[in-house]
Design a protein around this ligand. Structure first.
Ligand code: ZN
Length: 238
């Protein structure tokens, strides 16, 4: 019988040579490239991101404000292509789930410190450069004010208030790790849901209320149109 004690396969024999995975150097390289990309390109539209007009969602992904507004205005006409695009781009960043944007409550506009380099931004507390140093430094946004700091600044200074605008810092639900930290961000989302809050810390409204609001807006618009029409009639009578 060949099935003696010596034939038990060792772990080394079981693990195929191709299962080694990427080396640390490979990971570092891809992380560096990935970070630069994630910080400078809109996850929805591929538009370049500048220091202004940038928004983040609850997963810490960055979007051009213009792209988000266009997307929300035109949501019905969008195929899933754009959201798939967001998903694919974030696959390497452990953010491989669906985009979360369904309303303006799901995004917060960011305010990053201006740098002398027009293609980079800085943490106003540590002067760390967001794009250049993102592969070795994590950056967080304070929600809802949107000011961006190196995570170390928030931890070391134990911020109770935003250093830029004096806004409150709720350490449980008021910090989003940008382009990183999928676990922390997911834990925050669970807390937000438990508290009935959206990403921007505003209360989530029930679906029924939303429908009522839409009806109200529609009715208001109809009334406005009616007033306009009657105005036209008056003018034409004169
Ligand atoms: Zn602030």
């Amino acid at each position: 019988m060949g099935n003696d004690g010596g034939s038990i396969p060792t772990r080394r024999e079981l693990v195929k040579p191709g299962d080694k995975g990427p080396s640390t150097a490979d990971l570092f390289q891809s992380k560096t490239l990935n970070h630069e990309y994630l910080w400078t390109v809109c996850a929805l539209s591929d538009a370049p991101l500048g220091p202004d007009g940038v928004m983040c969602d609850s997963k810490g992904r960055l979007y051009s404000k213009k792209a988000v507004l266009e997307y929300l205005l035109d949501q019905k006409n969008h195929s899933d292509d754009q959201l798939n695009n967001v998903d694919n781009k974030n696959k390497n960043n452990n953010n491989n789930s669906r985009s979360t944007i369904t309303s303006l409550k799901d995004v917060v506009e960011l305010h990053m410190g201006k740098s002398t380099n027009p293609n980079d931004w800085i943490c106003p507390a540590t002067q760390k450069r967001v794009v250049a140093e993102a592969s070795g430094t994590r950056f967080v946004a304070i929600i809802p004010c949107g000011h961006v700091f190196a995570e170390s600044a928030v931890q070391e200074l134990g911020l109770e208030k935003c250093l830029v605008c004096d806004g409150p810092v709720d350490k449980q639900v008021g910090l989003v790790v940008l382009n990183d930290g999928s676990e922390e961000n997911a834990a925050r989302v669970a807390l937000l849901e438990a508290r009935g809050l959206a990403h921007n810390l505003k209360p989530l409204k029930k679906e029924k209320k939303k429908k009522k609001t839409m009806k109200k807006i529609k009715k208001n618009n109809e009334q406005m149109e009616a007033v306009k029409d009657s105005g036209r009639v008056h003018k034409s009578k004169k």
